[in-house]
Design a protein around this ligand. Structure first.
Ligand code: GCW
Length: 698
């Protein structure tokens, strides 16, 4: 009896050991690619031979837990699959098909696609399907990416720092490249391939000319070799004045034949080393970067010169529309449209214009950029910022899925109802062959890649939406949580709930109701709505909120800058009237009195205060939800997340208090009854200084 009881206890302990497996340390390195444990017991057979197919099989062997059927990987044109007559017509070059079917008399899981790369994507999709609970024995799934170029933009500098990077130094160890290829480069490629990301811009758009010299081309080549089997091409940010700095020419004028010849020769040199080099990304005439305007040439003339240099090699140019000039007194939000719209139709065929999601700069919320839908003859790429420059750096939990979704679903009305930003950028609205989306990466050399577990979800969400912009943020959060924490519904439900509330919380505690650009100078860390002394007017937060005793907000209607007129009439009409403008964008478009009546019945001031309070309360709520899964998530990731939530809570309160203290100093209004007063006086908040905050350009 005694013995039996002991045995039972032993079994219980073993079972507990299993159940509490999450308590083991997990440093987050595996991302969404957690290995199944022991090598897969499933029979995995590759038909055909290539490095990419081998890698696809290796991924399955590593990550697929025992599957109900043997797996066969093969290209769709392989005679082995001929008898099955699989419906592969709509797959394109990158789409995959997963199907449980009888092959040579055996029930088999087929993973196929027209290219090796597509099969690789299929293998990752199979792993994802298993980890998210699909019944593999009955699987029948096909999927092709809607957007052609799915690109991460690294703002990595050659000295190892990362502009607006909050996850440590650059992943690229430029110094030891090309001789040493850190195994992390391969893991990075795997993680990206699992999402379908097929391009990486290696260096910062604030580019150094050295990145175009032979030693750095050799380094880029080494990375390209690592990435190639994973279906990923490398691109470089090009400094427009490189012909002067590297080529020792007198000019970088795009119409100068010598300059054109230099770029051509430089491109030929790159393609000799990297035959599948993707092309160039350019930030020109923006924030001090050189560009064609220095020579009184247009952005199209600049872009077309580079496009001609890479065209013989099938390369492309991604030309950014993030421009605003100190010499232009017009509303900053209007300048990109004003400059680019007239250039529609003037860009070469292999140029995409890359436009940030909003017209200012990656704020926690911005209305969609008016250029979307406004340049029908130009393929337009959407640029999101995955790294959270304005949403709490690495520490705050802010899941960007809802932000991405909101932008992609926004209706430009360019060709009537349903002309969403997603349809502009996937090329379908205007029938473009080239299509693309870019995300500014949040990856560095931190062990967990992105600075926190939940930041990984933003990289994941970007990749999944790049593949299919119609996926919902909620669904993506769920599948990410399942692959990241395992399938315990208590953990998954909690993570999803926290994630889905988190971005709105950041909006609430940093700048609700359409406020924007109210952060501290330079580092962009923390609140600074009072800042008014910077050289360029549009660098000052006061330029954006225009708060005074009588009211707050930027009048972008006819009585103000008339930025609303840059939208399609159907959209502009709604935005011209504060009563038909979404309240979430109210102060972006309107300057209103503090006692403006909101839909809730509260005054604008009361409503603002309520949002700040809600933001802080949501963070407190996330903290208590996270407490509820203690012990269900491994201790290492749980603890780091809990600590970061505490930082977030402190900082949310700081944002709220500092902002309210400042608004009250302007409007002279009391806080509504029962609302807590800011902890310190305004002078205290103004005195805070953070010259060493991470990610700051230097
Ligand atoms: O958001 C701003 C950032 C800059 C960045 C710039 C850009 C690369 O503060 O750090 O520079 O945008 O997108 O070019």
């Amino acid at each position: 009896m005694m013995k039996k009881r002991l045995l039972t206890i032993g079994v219980c302990v073993a079972a507990l050991g299993l159940a509490s497996a999450p308590a083991l340390a997990n440093d987050g390195y595996d991302l969404w690619l957690a290995p199944a444990g022991s090598p897969s017991a499933t029979e995995i057979r590759v038909v055909g031979q290539s490095e990419t197919l081998d890698r696809a099989a290796a991924e399955l062997r590593r990550d697929l837990a025992a599957a109900p059927l043997p797996v066969v990987l093969a290209r769709a044109d392989d005679p082995a699959l001929a008898a099955l007559r699989l419906p592969t017509a709509a797959l394109g070059d990158e789409g995959y098909l997963l199907r449980a079917a009888t092959l040579d008399g055996r029930k088999t899981l087929i993973v196929t696609g027209k290219t090796d790369r597509a099969v690789l994507y299929g293998a990752f999709a199979l792993i994802r399907a298993q980890k998210t609970g699909a019944d593999l024995a009955a699987i029948d799934l096909q999927s092709a990416p809607k957007i052609g170029l799915r690109v991460l933009n690294h703002w990595d500098n050659l000295d190892g720092s990362v502009e607006r990077g909050y996850a440590g130094q650059s992943l690229w160890d430029w110094w030891t490249l090309p001789d040493f290829k850190d195994p992390r480069y391969t893991d990075y490629a795997r993680a990206n391939a699992a999402l379908g990301i097929n391009g990486i811009v290696l260096n910062n758009v604030n580019a150094k000319p050295e990145s175009l010299t032979a030693p750095y081309i050799a380094k880029a080549k080494a990375l390209a070799e690592v990435f190639r089997p994973w279906g990923i091409k490398v691109y470089l940010s090009a400094r427009f004045s490189a012909p002067i700095e590297v080529g020792h020419l007198k000019s970088a004028d795009p119409l100068d034949p010598e300059v054109q010849a230099w770029w051509k020769a430089k491109s030929d040199e790159i393609y000799r080393e990297i035959p599948d080099f993707g092309g160039f990304l350019v930030k020109a005439n923006s924030e001090g970067q050189p560009g064609p305007r220095d020579y009184h040439r247009s952005h199209a003339e600049g872009a077309n010169m580079l496009a001609a240099a890479v065209a013989p090699h099938n390369g492309i140019v991604m030309w950014r529309a993030f421009v605003y000039a100190e010499t232009d007194p017009d509303d900053r939000a209007k300048q990109a449209y004003t400059e680019f719209k007239p250039l529609d139709g003037k860009f070469a065929d292999n140029v995409l214009v890359q436009v940030k999601n909003g017209a200012i700069d990656f704020q926690p919320r911005e209305p969609f950029h008016p250029l979307f839908g406004a340049m029908p003859k130009t393929p337009m790429m959407l640029e999101f910022q995955i790294t959270k420059e304005y949403l709490g750096f690495a520490t705050h939990l802010a899941y960007l899925g809802p932000l991405f979704e909101e932008v992609l679903e926004a209706d430009t009305r360019a060709k009537g109802k349903g002309s969403t930003v997603a349809k502009v950028i996937d090329g379908s609205l205007y029938g473009h062959k080239l299509s693309g989306i870019a995300g500014v990466a949040n990856v560095g050399r931190d062990r967990d890649w992105s600075g926190s577990t939940f930041n990984q979800a933003n990289w994941y969400a970007f990749g999944r939406l790049a593949w299919d912009p119609t996926l919902s943020a909620d669904r993506i959060a769920r599948e990410w949580a399942q692959q990241t924490f395992g399938n315990d519904p208590r953990v998954v439900d909690t993570a999803v709930k926290m994630m889905m509330a988190s971005r709105e919380a950041v909006v609430d505690y940093t700048g609700p109701l359409g406020l924007a650009h109210v952060m501290g100078t330079g580092h962009h860390y923390g609140p600074g709505p009072w800042i008014s002394d910077l050289a360029r007017p549009e660098w000052n937060p006061v330029y954006y909120h225009k708060a005074d005793r009588d009211g707050i907000g930027f009048d972008r209607t006819k009585t103000g800058s008339n930025a609303v007129a840059q939208y399609e009439p159907a959209v502009a009409k709604l935005l011209a009237d504060p009563r038909t403008t979404p309240e979430s964008e109210l102060l972006w478009f309107h300057h209103l009195p503090w006692d403006w009546k909101m839909k809730s019945g509260r005054t604008l001031w009361q409503e603002m205060v309520a949002h700040y309070d809600r933001g802080v309360a949501t963070v407190a709520q996330m903290q208590s939800e996270w407490q509820g899964v203690k012990g269900l998530v491994d201790a290492e990731r749980w603890q780091k997340t809990a600590s970061y939530l505490q930082i977030q809570h402190n900082e949310a309160k700081w944002w709220r208090d500092a902002s309210l203290a400042y608004w009250m100093s302007v409007n002279g209004l009391p806080l509504p009854a029962g609302v807590a007063a800011p902890e310190h006086d305004l002078a205290w908040y103004k005195a805070q200084d953070f010259p060493l905050a991470p990610g700051h350009p230097h």
